[in-house]
Design a protein around this ligand. Structure first.
Ligand SMILES: CC(C)(COP(=O)(O)OP(=O)(O)OC[C@H]1O[C@@H](n2cnc3c(N)ncnc32)[C@H](O)[C@@H]1OP(=O)(O)O)[C@@H](O)C(=O)NCCC(=O)NCCS
Length: 327
């Protein structure tokens, strides 16, 4: 798998602790047993010990050595409630309400990261994306200098010339209809993430129009966002607006936007909205034989990521490594 060796090396130098909010899910238990067999990433399972040990026994995974934290029996609950109320004081959350909310593993697990019990969190094996992401937005918040949390997918498939072809796509998972300035931030975060995976970014702002061939406010939005991102990052090849065929096909690029330093060889794609992005990465995954890793959340103070509810144990293991390595 591309890049995992490098990410594991990062973690070996600086081992991390990762919270799994769905501690008794068999896929989480399988991934945890794999992590426990190595020593670079320590799993913390949220749930009741009886449920977790029973599920581990039923599914035949050895989770000896895993830390289990039970929200119903957590020694620092008073401190957690106090901190929760402090973070949410603008919303007028009372200690009683906080106690109720913290019965939910997604909120409890997120507070474990906030309070420093863990470095990272991976959830969503059973929770929806919104239910995994919302506690992170409310409690972990955006890192200094960022105005929003966004996401990207890393797509990997074997290359015809050997090695792997690696692409980055943003934002396919969080921001439903980003503004021009939000697209600039999404692009900058996606560029940063692409580099972690060894991509030398060539960034295409995608549209139904190439270099003014179509008209409309969505076309203007992508063109302006490309220009602003380029102004802020002059060293990075960035271009747009352009259609997907112009972005990836040298032949089409020659016709539609000759002279572009990106067209024909783009590897980092910025989509105009979540509809286009989500559909786009899934087409690459399902019809282009790419492995898709993500959504990798970008711009948060601590790394928290969301699994697809249809995920496999291997995907849990991979996403755990990606999440922790980015912390
Ligand atoms: C991410 C998402 C869940 C947030 O929306 P929401 O749950 O309605 O949350 P709200 O708008 O109530 O916002 C909750 C908090 O998060 C903050 N927030 C919302 N979106 C944010 C973003 N992109 N970046 C940073 N903060 C954000 C809000 O300011 C708010 O903060 P506050 O409670 O401190 O005032 C929503 O945008 C969403 O559902 N996106 C699509 C997810 C999806 O289905 N993806 C497809 C599968 S990958």
């Amino acid at each position: 798998m591309f890049g995992f060796g490098q990410l594991i090396e990062i973690l070996k130098k600086n081992p991390k602790r990762i919270v799994f909010t769905e501690g008794s899910d068999s896929r989480i238990l399988e991934a945890s047993s794999r992590l426990l067999a190595s020593n670079f990433l320590h799993p913390i399972l949220v749930g009741t010990p009886d449920d977790i040990y029973e599920a581990a026994e039923d599914s035949g995974f050895n989770i000896r050595g895993a830390e289990i934290i039970d929200p119903n029996n957590f020694s620092d609950m008073d401190k957690m409630v106090e901190q929760f109320c402090e973070i949410r004081k603008s919303k007028g959350v009372t200690p009683e309400q906080a106690k109720e909310i913290l019965k939910e593993n997604n909120y409890f697990g997120t507070m474990l990261v906030k309070m420093g019990y863990a470095d990272a969190l991976l959830g969503g094996a059973t929770y929806s994306t919104a239910d995994t992401v919302r506690p992170a937005l409310q409690l972990i918040k955006t890192k200094p200098g960022n105005s929003l949390v966004s996401s990207c997918f890393i797509l990997v498939r074997p290359s015809a010339t050997g090695g792997n072809e690696v692409l980055a796509m943003g934002d396919c998972g969080i921001n439903i209809k980003p503004t021009e300035d939000e697209l600039v931030e999404i692009a900058e975060e996606t560029i940063r993430c692409a580099r972690v995976f060894g991509v030398d970014p060539k960034v295409a702002f995608l549209s139904y129009s190439t270099d003014g061939s179509g008209k409309g406010e969505d076309v203007d939005k992508m063109r302006n966002a490309a220009r602003k991102t380029k102004e802020r990052n002059p060293e990075v090849p960035i271009d747009g607006e352009m259609q997907f065929d112009a972005a990836v096909s040298p032949k089409v690029a020659k016709k539609k936007c000759p002279g572009s330093e990106v067209a024909g060889s783009a590897n980092t794609f910025i989509f105009p909205d979540i509809n286009a992005g989500n559909i786009g990465y899934k087409i690459a995954q399902r019809m282009g034989n790419f492995e898709a890793y993500g959504p990798i959340l970008l711009g948060l103070n601590s790394p928290i990521n969301d699994l697809s509810r249809g995920c496999t144990a291997t995907e849990v293991y991979s996403m755990a490594i990606i999440t922790a390595a980015l912390s």
